[in-house]
Write a protein that binds this ligand. Structure first.
Ligand SMILES: Nc1nc2c(c(=O)[nH]1)N[C@H]1C(S)=C(S)[C@@H](COP(=O)(O)O)O[C@H]1N2
Ligand SMILES: [Mo]
Length: 368
């Protein structure tokens, strides 16, 4: 029984699998449903919906937006029930946000935790338009005793033997941030079915699991939420027995557009000798990216950074390189304002969360 993102049975998570070898039918099934962003899409500031990564634990619901309502209740002065038409009349904001799945990089771990086997590209940047969550919570009137807000999606399934609707909570101070949005548009167009139609939460700076799709209800609560996706899944665990620490903000990461052209099967890169502009994007959920270095055969050079497109949107970087004939390894490494940087050796954890190891691209420059 496979479900995305968290090893389902303790045995599954602990099963050693060497590198990417021996991919299981369950992993293949998940990776055929959930797709990542092709690395060449890093050329674009904004990721078109079809290129943005997708992660859905259960089934994509088919929702009739005309009949759909959002319920807001719990520890509030006034419970609200809002139609899509009513939400569209509220003041709207548009926020550029880089979303990344917390399981990005999982398939590189050894042993490999069995779940959605992401490589490096479970990321995308979109412009999300909708009503600020803080505005609606203000309308409902949050009681002073409130500590968290629970978001529940329509989609249901079984994970780790637990029947559930997908649900996550946010601490009240995060929920009241002005840039947290209940989005009904992606890149100016209608929200696509796979991205949460008709309404989803977007929490800038947090790994994707916080941004609940197909939102059905919002409940303000006074005690810690203990739902499966909060309490069991999305934790940094050292071992099966470790209760772990919750996954929250996106760790600093950079990726490059692999230069040249790919070999179809291996994706190994081939390019001509001479000047080439290496480029990519870097982001962090902890704050601004302050530096990107590019490694050419082990020598680190500072890349040039463009202006950021928003507080939690990726930043473009470039580095001119003169490619000489032969075999080369290109890497990139970002640092954010907290001083956090990307590890050269990945840290293993039981669920395979937050693996922000540096990307390595091997290239063959022709003419040697
Ligand atoms: N209702 C619901 N919301 C969800 C999920 C889900 O399975 N169901 N998956 C989460 C996870 S793990 C991620 S990484 C993001 C992915 O968002 P995207 O598919 O729009 O890129 O959605 C989050 N929101
Ligand atoms: Mo995710």
């Amino acid at each position: 029984m496979a479900a995305a993102e968290t090893p389902n049975s303790p045995a599954a998570g602990a099963t050693p699998a060497a590198g990417a070898a021996g991919i299981t039918p369950e992993e293949l099934q998940l990776s055929a449903r959930n797709h990542s962003m092709p690395l060449e899409a890093l050329r674009r500031d904004v990721t078109p919906p079809g290129l943005h990564y997708v992660l859905t634990h259960f089934d994509i619901p088919d929702i009739d937006a005309a009949a759909w309502h959002l319920r807001i209740g719990g520890a509030v002065e006034r419970a609200l029930e809002l139609s899509m038409a009513a939400l569209r009349r509220d003041p709207a904001i548009t926020v550029p946000v880089t979303l990344e799945c917390a399981g990005n990089g999982r398939s590189l771990l050894d042993p490999r935790p069995l779940s959605q086997p992401w490589v490096l590209e479970a990321v995308g940047t979109a412009h999300w338009t909708g009503v600020p969550l803080a505005y609606l919570l203000g309308k409902a009137g949050v009681l002073p005793t409130a500590t968290e807000v629970v978001f529940t999606g329509t989609d249901a399934g079984v994970q780790g033997g637990v029947a559930q609707q997908y649900a996550r909570s946010l601490p009240i101070r995060e929920a009241l941030r002005p840039d947290v949005v209940l989005a009904y548009k992606m890149n100016g167009g209608e929200l696509p079915p796979q991205h949460g139609y008709p309404l989803r939460l977007v929490v800038p700076g947090w790994y994707g699991m916080a941004s609940v799709k197909w939102l059905e209800s919002i409940e303000v609560v006074m005690s810690p939420f203990s739902g499966y996706q909060q309490h069991i899944a999305y934790r940094y665990q050292d071992s099966e027995d470790d209760t772990g620490r919750p996954v929250s903000r996106i760790r600093v990461r950079s990726l490059m557009v692999p230069p040249g052209i790919p070999d179809f099967f291996t994706r190994h890169r081939v390019l001509r000798p001479g000047p080439v502009l290496l480029q990519g994007r870097a982001w962090s959920g902890e704050g601004a990216v302050t530096a990107v270095e590019v490694g050419i055969d082990g020598t680190w050079l500072p890349a040039q950074l463009d202006k950021p497109a928003g507080g939690f949107a990726w930043r473009k970087w470039t580095l001119p390189w003169v490619a000489e004939p032969g075999e080369h390894v290109l890497t990139c490494r970002a640092t954010d304002i907290t001083g956090a940087t990307q590890p050269l050796e990945q840290n293993w954890n039981y669920q395979g969360m937050g693996n922000n190891v540096v990307q390595r691209v091997s290239v063959t420059v022709e003419g040697g």
